[in-house]
Design a protein around this ligand. Structure first.
Ligand code: ATP
Ligand code: MG
Length: 259
């Protein structure tokens, strides 16, 4: 039985999708059978893993509507151990409220994640920003959660909020473990970045913050635009290496017997 690892954060634009795509690719490169699931109606995963061609945008939302079977929405990628479930045709419309309501009202999301967990070593879930009904539903069926946090002073204001919400969810799902807060877009030599990281490390328990910090790197955005995970396109880049190290650490924790 594999594990569901969700990427969640209160704030938008902090590197959730970048983390989900690169971690999933790094797991797959280690030979772990990996499914990357996008439940964010923005549907950004599609671009990062290079599935933009063609009109076929089937995905989770279409499964949710009963228009597709689970098997039909699991797509192969260029990597043998990586499969992807896009969010689907919901991205075509501007109004995502129907999709949100369906996710909240049905048990198809937890059932899909359970089926995926049974067939994979790891299921990486990219969520929309904030802790709305979709992220909450995902967290109810999640084993481990990673919370990317942009290494900037504003991050300090959203951290208590997200920690509180995770505590809330842990109440509903005692199996959930916070795998850690992941500091992203770190710029060495930038005093505001350095102060933020120092503050976080001093004020939060060590186990709550990932050792790995993701540096700011142009290679990540470039790889995304080219439709490839940076860990594949530019493995020598410092941010790619950070994601590979993070995948190694998370994989070790996933393999460890549960406490
Ligand atoms: N370490 C990094 N270095 C440089 N740019 C980065 C880094 N991580 C992410 N980015 C860029 O920052 C932007 C936001 O990243 P991303 O889309 O991963 O965030 P997100 O949290 O998924 O956003 P949203 O909340 O909208 O889903 C993108 O343009 C991405 O390429
Ligand atoms: Mg995103």
């Amino acid at each position: 039985m594999g594990k569901v690892l969700s990427i969640v954060s209160q704030k938008g634009g902090v590197g959730k999708t970048t983390t989900a795509v690169n971690l999933a690719a790094a797991f797959a490169r280690r030979g772990m059978k990996t499914l990357l699931v996008d439940v964010d109606p923005q549907g950004s995963v599609r671009y990062g893993v290079g599935l933009r061609q063609g009109a076929d945008t089937r995905g989770f939302a279409d499964y949710l509507r009963g228009a597709r079977t689970l098997r039909e929405v699991i797509l192969p990628t260029a990597m043998p151990w990586l499969r992807v479930m896009l969010v689907g045709s919901v991205t075509d419309g501007a109004d995502h409220s129907d999709y949100q309501a369906r996710v909240a009202a049905s048990d198809l999301l937890p059932r899909m994640l359970q089926a995926a967990r049974e067939r994979c070593d790891v299921v990486v879930v990219d969520t929309p920003p904030g802790l709305g009904p979709i992220a909450r539903r995902v967290l109810e069926s999640t084993d481990r959660v990673l919370v990317p946090l942009q290494a900037e002073p504003l991050a300090l204001q959203t951290t208590p909020q997200i920690l509180r919400s995770i505590q809330d969810v842990v109440g509903a799902n005692p199996a959930l473990t916070l795998d850690g807060i992941l500091l992203t877009m770190y710029e060495a030599g930038n005093p505001a970045c350095e102060r933020t990281v120092k503050y976080i490390r001093e004020h939060l328990p060590a186990a709550m913050v990932c050792d790995v910090v993701i540096p700011r790197s142009f290679a990540l955005a470039e790889a995304f635009a080219a439709g490839q995970p940076a860990v594949v396109r530019d493995p020598a880049d410092a941010a790619s290496q950070a994601y590979v190290n993070l995948a190694m650490q998370v994989a070790e924790r996933l393999a460890a017997p549960t406490e």
